[in-house]
Design a protein around this ligand. Structure first.
Ligand code: PLP
Length: 451
């Protein structure tokens, strides 16, 4: 009889079950984590009553912070009305979210397929691109994360794709427009084909044969792999080269979309119109799993005569769609994009102030509330504080900083030698300054390794 088997959720019991019966993403198993018991706005707290300022917005998805009342109410109302109806049926919230997506995506993007998250959105995007073009190769970049399912992990360039030995064939990789660390021999982005975009892609296509390439997929601003903002003209140049050869451009806006950078989509900063946009996370602040794959009118028209090559039981789940409608409407009503833009400027101004006293800060970059600081041992040589993809002892200063920040009530995220700063878009100025003050003390740990 299991009816009364788990009468209490004592934190020690939660940790025991977590360690012994729960499998955790991207980790060796057996950890005994803090038990989180509640959250509100930019804060969450644990079973000891200790509070943490969420400078990460969880997995960069809680864009409107925790427990936003309008999103919660929409989920409750929808649950009372209709929890599930199959994707082929008409549903008011599904149609409303599709219409809103048409409204806020670039003009050429007019219809949307709903998924359960970013990985499934990218899987569907590459299937559609291959089907539409009749070609198989997909060009992706090294410093990228596109998801954890078969195809999406194969697109991913970061070291996680080495964890499996069954990559999907047909992926070609290009270098990233990483201005702080240009390819060997280059110091000027204006003269570097990789930072320019189009010329590097042209070179690759010379070897690959453009007629075999279905799409280029990229994060317009790289997220997980270090908040890399492309130089002016990069995305336009990639788009022009794609157009020249009939190659589709897929913008993976899973992390950068829905106001994270201060605009609905990161591509909006450069006025670039991709053929396909994928998104998830911030669309509904992550309260219910939801992702999207939105396509151009040309692709939509083509799909009127041929079946969409993909489908999910939970495509357009009513609870998810209701939460997406509520979150986007809340962002419009609360002027969240303008607030994110203003808070982002304040944050970067403060980071530049910190750079005057912390020699470990090598580079500060970002847009809106999508920011990163790259830590170095020496500003002149730009030697990274820890090597790329360092783990264990090699990553000690970064791990020490993460531990210090957490113990002092600040939840931060790291990748290699980059600290990502992605607070909720609606964080108050007061909370932002609290986070910066803890970050200031945290950076002293890295300063010790500077020479
Ligand atoms: N694409 C990007 C840019 C992401 O940042 C992520 C997740 O972090 C994904 C795709 C995968 O999304 P999901 O974890 O919802 O499958």
């Amino acid at each position: 009889d299991l009816s009364n088997a788990y009468p209490t959720h004592d934190p020690e019991w939660v940790r025991d079950m977590h360690a012994d019966h729960y499998l955790q993403s991207w980790s060796k198993q057996g950890s005994r984590p803090r038990v989180i018991t509640g959250a509100q706005g930019s804060w969450f707290w644990d079973s000891d009553g200790k509070r943490y300022l969420d400078f990460q917005s969880q997995l960069v998805n809680a864009n409107l912070g925790h427990q936003h009342p309008k999103i919660i109410q929409a989920i409750k109302d929808q649950a009372d009305k209709l929890c599930y109806i199959s994707p082929a049926m008409g549903s008011d919230v599904r149609s409303e979210l599709a219409a809103i997506m048409n409204e806020i995506t670039p003009d050429n993007i007019t219809s949307t397929f709903f998924t359960t998250g970013g990985s499934a959105a990218n899987e569907t995007a590459i299937r559609v691109a291959r089907h539409y073009t009749g070609r198989t190769k997909i060009i992706a970049r090294y410093r990228s994360y596109h998801g954890a399912t078969g195809g999406a992990l194969s697109l991913t360039g970061d070291p996680r794709h080495h964890l499996t030995r069954a990559d999907m064939p047909g992926i070609v990789r290009m270098l990233d427009p990483y201005v702080y660390r240009l390819p060997t021999g280059h110091t000027d982005p204006a003269k570097c084909p990789v930072a320019q975009g189009g010329p590097h892609l042209e070179e690759l296509l010379m070897y690959e044969n453009p007629n075999t390439v279905a799409a280029v997929i990229l994060e317009p601003i790289v997220g997980t792999n270090g908040i890399i903002v492309p130089p002016e003209g990069y995305l336009q140049s990639i788009k022009a080269t794609c157009e020249k050869y009939g190659i589709l451009l897929i913008a993976d806006e899973v992390m950068a979309g829905f106001g994270r950078t201060g605009k609905w989509f990161a591509v909006d900063h450069w006025g670039v119109q991709p053929d396909i946009i994928t998104s998830a996370k911030g669309i509904n602040s992550g309260y219910v799993p939801l992702g999207t794959m939105s396509v151009s009118t040309e692709i939509h028209d083509w799909l009127r005569d041929t079946p969409l090559p993909g489908g999910l039981t939970y495509a357009g789940h009513p609870l998810a769609c209701a939460s997406g409608v509520a979150a986007i409407r809340a962002m419009q009503e609360e002027d969240t994009l303008a607030h994110a833009t203003a808070m982002g400027e304040t944050l970067r101004t403060e980071l530049h102030r910190l750079a005057e006293k912390h020699p470990c800060i090598g580079d500060i970059r970002g847009k809106g509330m999508f920011n990163g600081i790259e830590l170095v041992k020496n500003r002149d040589t730009r030697e990274p504080l820890v090597p790329f993809a360092a783990k264990g002892d090699a990553a000690k200063p970064m791990n020490d900083m993460m531990g210090y920040a957490m113990n002092n009530g600040l939840y931060l995220s790291f990748f290699s030698n980059v600290i990502r700063l992605t607070p909720p878009l609606n964080i108050s100025q007061e909370d932002l300054m609290t986070g910066i003050e803890i970050l200031d003390r945290t950076l002293e740990i890295a300063d010790k390794d500077c020479n």
